[in-house]
Design a protein around this ligand. Structure first.
Ligand code: HEC
Length: 190
């Protein structure tokens, strides 16, 4: 179990149920983390859209299957950060959130329900994990129209079949536009 030592200035209005809650600011790490999220999106989104157009959604599932983890790995190698995407209804192999991530995802959901813009939802903290101090950062990923093809309620049969093959335990469907699909989750050992 991870104990929160220090929460940063981001979203400090959230009283997260962890011990020793205190406020400090880690603007440099926040900036780096935001930049990594931007790079991740810039690498994935245009290629996803291109593949959807040229190869169709069923083949794009296979594209996401290899490309998304590849981008995460490359960015991790480049930056030295641990890089992941998580969801309360995960699809990918590493997308199951740990306790800290679940708590933050639930808070994002509450904030969205209270009218917050998904673009502003992020949270960062310094936590102690197994005697190591880590900076952790999460940023909300909202569900857009294009996402519903593979994460919505009515998924075309060929896409469903590919999803079933690649992700027999898939839970990442049934979403509507505007809902929280998941979040980026990055960490760095200090
Ligand atoms: C062509 C189908 C397809 C479309 C369209 C699509 N996704 Fe996904 N999504 C996937 C697949 C496949 C994975 C699993 C990737 C992996 O294995 O890491 C995934 C995983 C994710 C994850 C990681 C968490 C998890 O549950 O694995 C997030 C977050 C995500 N998608 C968000 C989105 C968003 C936001 C959009 C729209 C902008 C979108 N997706 C559009 C197929 C799709």
């Amino acid at each position: 179990m991870k104990n929160l030592l220090i929460a940063t200035g981001l979203l400090t209005c959230l009283a997260l149920p962890f011990t020793a809650f205190a406020q400090t600011s880690t603007p440099q790490f926040d900036k780096e983390a935001r930049d990594i999220a931007k790079q991740f999106l810039e690498q994935l989104k245009p290629e996803l859209q291109k593949s959807m157009k040229s190869d169709g959604p069923a083949k794009t599932v296979a594209f996401c299957h290899t490309k998304a983890p590849e981008i995460a790995k490359q960015l991790a190698q480049k930056t030295g950060w641990d890089i992941n995407r998580v969801s309360l209804k995960p699809r990918g192999e590493n997308a199951t959130p740990d306790q800290w991530e679940s708590t933050v995802l639930k808070r994002f959901n509450t904030q969205l329900a209270n009218g917050a813009s998904p673009k502003t939802l992020e949270f960062s903290a310094i936590v102690e994990v197994n005697n190591q101090t880590e900076y952790r950062y999460m940023k909300a990923i909202p569900t857009g129209n294009v996402c519903l093809t593979c994460h919505g309620s009515k998924i075309a049969t060929p896409i469903q079949e590919t999803l079933q093959q690649l992700y027999p335990n898939d839970t990442a469907t049934g979403y509507s536009k505007g809902e929280l699909r998941g979040a980026f989750s990055f960490s760095k050992t200090l």
